[in-house]
Design a protein around this ligand. Structure first.
Ligand SMILES: CC(=O)SCCNC(=O)CCNC(=O)[C@H](O)C(C)(C)COP(=O)(O)OP(=O)(O)OC[C@H]1O[C@@H](n2cnc3c(N)ncnc32)[C@H](O)[C@@H]1OP(=O)(O)O
Ligand SMILES: CC(C)C(=O)C(=O)O
Ligand SMILES: [Mg+2]
Length: 540
């Protein structure tokens, strides 16, 4: 499945020659992945990187290649497969990191090495055990090593917001001299206040020789809820790159949210007089994609992409909006890719109406995917009185990640109640072997009993680490979405499923990960066997 989006990139405006162009540097795949519980696998990262390309971000920070073989592979695959944006890889100020980042970036059309070193007194003293002189020396060395490989080098002064402004100015001046083309001023711990952060950017602009030779960037964390405000204060003061993530995910309380920063600059162009290259209509689909993949749900009242962001409940507001939309709406939902639902879909709708909905909502489905989605829609419409956009989105996106073989549900029965022992009976079919297996179990609750019964059928241990239930639409027949994280063989897998019956959704989400694990294990065994055969064949 693919989302329709304008992938065409309009002519790039060089921020060095245009005073009002702000570079959007997306770090969803690096800092965003540092959110506890948000690890993504290779194929998920590629799908997100493609969506970021369609959103037209300028830079994708694809990972930290030295961190693990998986991170290296992800940066390499994105560098190979995602054309258009600059691909950046993070590195500490040391040779092994920079070499590894450069190796991973090889196949990118536009590459950037991003080196960082903390500059604040607290980090110098307690974490790095380095004096100011050593910080300057290591920062300059890092940038020089990176520049030997790459023309596009970013230097980040980690914890810049808590660094003495004059020392920060010295570091920035020296890394620009060494060839840094972007200098990033992170508020690593979300400590800054907007006016203070704006003063810091002014300070650098007036105290750093050749500051105009580099783009000033900012990277703000949200510990006090100021990440977007600080980023915007910084661009108002002259910064021209914002580092941000989709839905604001990231380390601890997260990073500056891309959608909020971009829409603030766009909606208040009168105040900022700044431009970005973002295709704002791709914002909402990208937000959905990231929350589905990471399992980090967007709060309902979140600005721009929350479910309530364009909803009006109060009569006085509804009256106003009916008379004139702008009485209570400062942005159009369509501008961020949220479609207002004109056509009501229900049990009597046919393929034409359904196809119209699918196309209007930006999905491109193969014939087979369309047929499967349509059949699932009809089953749902039989069970549910009101079908909302979110129901259909869940149904289509659920199909994308569906791992529905080898184990399939034949029947589920659970029993629970006050003073009753929770029990579950389940019958599963092994599709490949045409084998039906029945099991029963009791547990601490009906879900626990259900999962124990499934474990008995499949014959291996699956440890449930996280279980979340969310209602995706309104009403008593609303669909329940179950998102789970499980551990099998010391690795974490995530699954998700939606149904009007939460026990069925729980079982489907569990089987989704189990089937994914079995399929992956079989693929690895097949690859290993093919490798061994080649070795035998190659022997003299
Ligand atoms: C502010 C940020 O978000 S920075 C990015 C944070 N992201 C991550 O840390 C995720 C990925 N990290 C990892 O996988 C690991 O931390 C690795 C692979 C990078 C390093 O692992 P290890 O070698 O085991 O070191 P560990 O993480 O325990 O400690 C960090 C080391 O890097 C050093 N270091 C930290 N920052 C820098 C820097 N910018 N430049 C040079 N050295 C640095 C520390 O002083 C420490 O050195 P030491 O081992 O000599 O004491
Ligand atoms: C690596 C740097 C840019 C970072 O993530 C931070 O300082 O928060
Ligand atoms: Mg960060």
């Amino acid at each position: 499945m693919e989302k329709n989006a304008t992938t065409e990139r309009p002519e790039q405006i060089d921020p060095k020659t245009s005073d009002n162009r702000v570079v959007i540097f997306d770090t969803t795949l690096r800092d965003g992945e540092q959110s506890p519980g948000a690890s993504m696998n290779l194929s998920e990262k590629i799908v997100i990187a493609q969506a970021l390309r369609d959103l037209r971000v300028d830079v994708i920070e694809a990972g930290f290649p030295i961190a693990s073989p998986g991170d290296f592979e992800a940066v390499r695959a994105i560098a190979r497969q995602v054309q258009g944006p600059t691909i950046a890889g993070l590195a500490r100020c040391q040779k092994q990191d920079i070499d590894r980042a450069w190796d991973a970036l090889q196949d990118a059309t536009h590459k950037r090495i991003h080196v960082f070193l903390a500059t604040s007194a607290i980090h110098r003293e307690y974490k790095l055990n380095m004096a100011k002189e050593e910080i300057v020396r290591r920062a300059v060395e890092g940038v020089t090593m990176a520049r030997a490989y790459c023309d596009d080098v970013e230097f980040s002064a980690e914890d810049a917001a808590r660094t003495e402004p004059d020392f920060l100015a010295e570091v920035v001046e020296r890394v620009i001299e060494a060839g840094a083309t972007t200098v990033n001023i992170p508020d690593t711990v979300g400590y800054a206040m907007p006016n203070q952060f704006s003063d810091l950017i002014h300070h650098l602009k007036s105290h750093v020789r050749d500051i105009d030779k580099a783009i000033i960037s900012v990277h703000c964390h949200n510990d006090l809820g100021m990440a977007v405000a600080n980023s915007l204060a910084a661009v108002k003061a002259g910064a021209r790159q914002i580092e941000c993530t989709i839905n604001g995910i990231g380390e601890r309380a997260g990073n500056c949210s891309l959608e909020e920063a971009v829409m603030a600059m766009r909606t208040r162009r009168d105040y900022f007089d700044l431009e970005t290259n973002i295709n704002t209509r791709a914002i909402f689909p990208t937000s959905k994609l990231v929350s589905n993949i990471t399992g980090l749900h967007v709060q309902r009242n979140k600005a721009i992409v929350g479910q309530n962001a364009f909803a009006h409940e109060a009569g006085i507001h509804q009256h106003g909006v009916l008379k004139h939309q702008e009485t209570y709406e400062i942005m159009k939902p369509e501008d961020v890719g949220i479609k207002s639902n004109q056509l009501v879909l229900g049990k009597h709708s046919g393929r034409h109406a359904f196809r119209n909905w699918v196309e209007e909502h930006g999905y491109t489905l193969s014939d087979e995917e369309f047929q499967r989605a349509f059949e699932a829609f009809k089953v749902l419409a039989d069970k549910k009185k009101d079908i909302y956009d979110a129901d259909i989105e869940a149904l289509i996106e659920g199909g994308l990640n569906r791992q529905d073989t080898p184990w399939q549900i034949v029947s589920i029965q659970t029993n629970a109640g006050t003073n009753a022992i929770p029990t579950a009976t389940i019958a599963l079919l092994h599709a490949g072997e045409n084998r039906r297996v029945e099991e029963a179990a009791c547990g601490d609750g009906p879900v626990d009993a259900l999962y124990k019964a499934i474990e008995r059928v499949v014959g291996f241990r699956v440890r449930l680490k996280d279980y979340q239930l969310r209602s995706i639409t309104r009403g008593k027949d609303a669909q329940g979405e179950i998102s789970i994280a499980v551990e099998i063989d010391n690795r974490t897998y995530r699954g998700r499923s939606v149904s009007t019956d939460i026990m069925e959704a729980s079982a489907k989400a569990f089987l989704n990960v189990i089937n994914g694990y079995i399929n992956q294990r079989e693929r690895s065994l097949a690859n290993a066997a093919a490798g061994a055969e080649q070795l035998v064949g190659a022997r003299p």
